[in-house]
Structures are given as structure tokens and as C-alpha cells.
Design a protein around this ligand. Structure first.
Ligand code: CU
Length: 235
């Protein structure tokens, strides 16, 4: 019963981590795809884990040391071609099931981001500039914001990301995966936010002493509200 000592620790970790898992609560098409991939890989992992635990328990019980087996050393077993084929093919199949949607999603994102001009035409284009330790969001009409990224709901957003000093990483967990901000280079991130709300954004690359303070708000609002905000004076 010594293992019971770990119960409070497990409950604590569950409570601390489970309150708000933002990547599993997506608010854009890209974030939805990524969250589906997390569920798929978690499901496959649990499948393997459960099968292994059942087999392990069964074998430990079946081949336990009983009265007549004390000191018994099992002899060599003959090879079993069928079993060998099964445990070679099954992991390959699992990897294929995991790899196909992952590679497809990765290429879709790259394609969407790299599609650049095509995607940008009817998208809200924002220049994102990172510096130690702040962000600047510049809109098509020249409006600048340092504290919040405002986007209209259900409209494509195309971000062009750069840095003026060191490598940073733009990340709004509920809107999709991270993108590096690299000095002297432009990177792209594209998604369609589909839920209104205010989401936390941050720098996801350790960039110096003020890294932890490099946060911003991403606000997804109705199109009317967005137009109104865009026309008001910048900061
Ligand atoms: Cu940073």
C-alpha cells in the first residue's frame, strides 16, 4: 500500500494541469486540426498501453512461480512466424495511422501559409514584429498596437512575423501552433479564428531576462467591432 502515498500527488498534478488545457480548447481551424492530432496520438498511445498492461498482467500470473515450478528454467521455445509477423506489422500500421494525418496537416499549414499572395488577398493581414520584450502589431491601414492583436471572427488571418533582435516565437495556444520570429527573415502564420473571445498570447522561445513578460492579448471580435476598432486611433 506504499503506492498510496502518490495519490495526493497525482490528484494535485491532475488538478493543476487539467483546469485549462488551452490547446485542447481550439478557437480556430488550425488549432482544431492540431487538437485532433493530439487526441489521435493520445488514443493510439492508450491503445498500446492498455494492450501491454493486459498482456503483462496475464503473463505474470500465468507463469508465476507455483509449487511444481520452483527452480524451473524454461527451455528454448521454437520460433513462431505468425507472432513475429503480427508484432512487426502492427507497430508499422500504428505509425502509418499516426503519420498520414500528421504529415497532411503539416503540409496543409505550410501550403496555406506559403500560399502567401493567394491566401492574403481576402485575409486580414497583420505584420507582427517581436523585440526584447514586446510585440508590435501593424495593420494594413497603418494602425499599430503593442498590447493586443485584434482579429475579426470567421475571416482568414495572415500574419507576417519578424524580429528586430533575437529569435522569439509567436504563440496563441487557442489559435494554433507557434511560429518563430527570426531577425532578418519573415515567417508566416495563417488561420481562421472561429470563436469570439480574448485569448492569451506569449513568446514561446526563451529570449532573455524579460521573456516571461512578453505576453499579449489576442482578441477575436465581430466584423463590425473589428472595423470600428481599426478606425479608432492607435496607441
Ligand atoms: Cu521573446
Amino acid at each position: 500500500m506504499r503506492c498510496l502515498r502518490f495519490v495526493p500527488l497525482i490528484v494535485l498534478v491532475t488538478l493543476l494541469s487539467g483546469c485549462q488545457i488551452r490547446v485542447l480548447n481550439p478557437a480556430s481551424d488550425t488549432a482544431q486540426t492540431q487538437s485532433n492530432l493530439i487526441y489521435l496520438s493520445f488514443g493510439l498511445m492508450m491503445l498500446v498501453l492498455i494492450v501491454v498492461i493486459i498482456l503483462f498482467t496475464r503473463f505474470v500470473y500465468k507463469y508465476r512461480e507455483t509449487g511444481e515450478r520452483i527452480g524451473c528454467i524454461p527451455g528454448d521455445k521454437k520460433e513462431n512466424k505468425l507472432y513475429e509477423i503480427i508484432w512487426t506489422v502492427l507497430p508499422v500500421l500504428l505509425l502509418v495511422v499516426l503519420a498520414v494525418p500528421t504529415v497532411k496537416a503539416t503540409y496543409d499549414l505550410t501550403y496555406k501559409s506559403a500560399a502567401g499572395e493567394g491566401f492574403k488577398q481576402d485575409a486580414v493581414n497583420v505584420q507582427v514584429e517581436a523585440r526584447q520584450f514586446a510585440w508590435t502589431f501593424t495593420y494594413e491601414n497603418g494602425k499599430k498596437s503593442h498590447t493586443e492583436l485584434v482579429l475579426p471572427v470567421d475571416k482568414k488571418a495572415a500574419l507576417t512575423i519578424s524580429s528586430v533582435d533575437v529569435v522569439h516565437s509567436f504563440w496563441v495556444p487557442r489559435l494554433g501552433g507557434k511560429m518563430d520570429a527570426i531577425p532578418g527573415k519573415k515567417t508566416h502564420l495563417a488561420f481562421v479564428p472561429n470563436k469570439q473571445g480574448t485569448y492569451q498570447g506569449k513568446c514561446a522561445e526563451f529570449c532573455g531576462s524579460g521573456h516571461a513578460t512578453m505576453r499579449f492579448k489576442a482578441r477575436v471580435v465581430s466584423e463590425d467591432e473589428y472595423e470600428k476598432w481599426l478606425r479608432t486611433e492607435g496607441e
